[in-house]
Ligand binder design. Structure first.
Ligand code: GLU
Length: 306
């Protein structure tokens, strides 16, 4: 249970890169059920920081789909694109405390640095940034930017951070050594976009989120987010990562691999499929009765710690 006095606040935080699909509806339903089962609040946040991936109009479509499914938020939605000032302030605070630094390494530079360290990595795998620019930019001579300088990204120092341990309400004990497994990670990209990690941590804190309920594809980000919360002196919410919906090829369903939008003209069917993924029983009858029954079933679900 969350500590007495802490009012439950949950959220659903879709990126408006496409309409809700079967996978994202599972996260939406689970986060809504968890908030309702705790008699808490449920907020919706449109995570549109990565402007290159967002598609105009998708935010409205997602809000419409949620509404058609009877998943109503307790406050007006917020858009991350309107919150850059907050993100910039936090970044400056980290830089002033020497916890974040500018970096002008390209992917090739990072690969070369890793090769020099004898750390080969599989092609296409995420690169563990070895901290090349921690003590100053390392690529001054190879200028490519319009002004003769490469644009810089900003990274969080992950050295001097012990292995992070945390408890997932469904998956149990988790741990990650962020420095060894991820490396100094990006807070603001060279193209000026703030990273998902920085924005999500600041918004969860600003909105008083006590419980993050989201898809298991994001579980690997959690240690980075907890480290960032610690560096910024922010509270760590509880986390629950929901099962993924797999496509015909057994790969995670995502907008990127062409997942079909949820058909909300028949919301109960769409919700029944999402409920099934969450181990909840099939319901017939009205939408509101089904949602009501699922809230009760959620409280006693053996798969999660309530
Ligand atoms: N915006 C992220 C996504 O759509 C989810 C972020 C989160 O729930 O922490 O994948």
């Amino acid at each position: 249970m969350i500590s007495v006095g802490a009012r439950y606040r949950g959220r659903f935080a879709p990126s408006p890169t496409g309409p809700l699909h079967a996978g994202s509806l599972v996260a939406a339903l689970a986060s809504w059920l968890d908030a309702r089962a705790h008699a808490g609040q449920w907020l919706v946040r449109l995570e549109d920081v990565d402007t290159a991936r967002c598609v105009a109009g998708m935010d409205r479509i997602i809000l419409q789909q949620l509404s058609e499914c009877g998943l109503h938020a307790d406050a007006a939605p917020v858009w991350q694109s309107q919150r850059s000032g907050l993100y910039q302030q936090a970044l400056e605070q980290l830089v002033a405390r020497s916890l974040a630094y500018p970096c002008n390494c390209s992917r090739k530079d990072i690969e070369a640095a890793l090769a020099r360290l004898g750390q080969d990595h599989p092609r296409h795998a995420e690169l563990v940034y070895p901290g090349s620019c921690r003590n100053g930019l390392t690529n001054r001579s190879d200028a490519t930017g319009a002004g003769g300088q490469r644009a810089v990204a900003w990274r969080l120092r992950t050295d001097a951070s012990p292995t992070l341990h945390w408890m997932d309400r469904r998956l149990g004990a988790q741990q990650q050594d962020v420095e060894a497994e991820v490396g100094d990670f990006v807070l603001k990209r060279a193209d000026g976009c703030f990273s998902y990690q920085l924005a999500v941590v600041l918004d969860d804190a600003a909105q008083g989120i006590t419980d993050v309920v989201r898809g298991e594809d994001l579980v690997d980000n959690t240690a980075r987010q907890i480290l960032l919360q610690q560096r910024l002196g922010l509270p760590t919410p509880r986390y629950l990562h929901t099962p993924l919906v797999l496509g015909a090829n057994r790969e995670k369903l995502s907008k990127q691999n062409g997942a079909q939008p949820v058909d909300t003209s028949d919301p109960l069917s769409a919700l029944n499929r999402a409920a099934d993924v969450l181990g909840l029983p099939e319901k017939t009858g009205t939408l509101s009765a089904a949602l009501h029954d699922w809230v009760r079933a959620w409280k006693t679900s053996p798969a999660i710690s309530f």
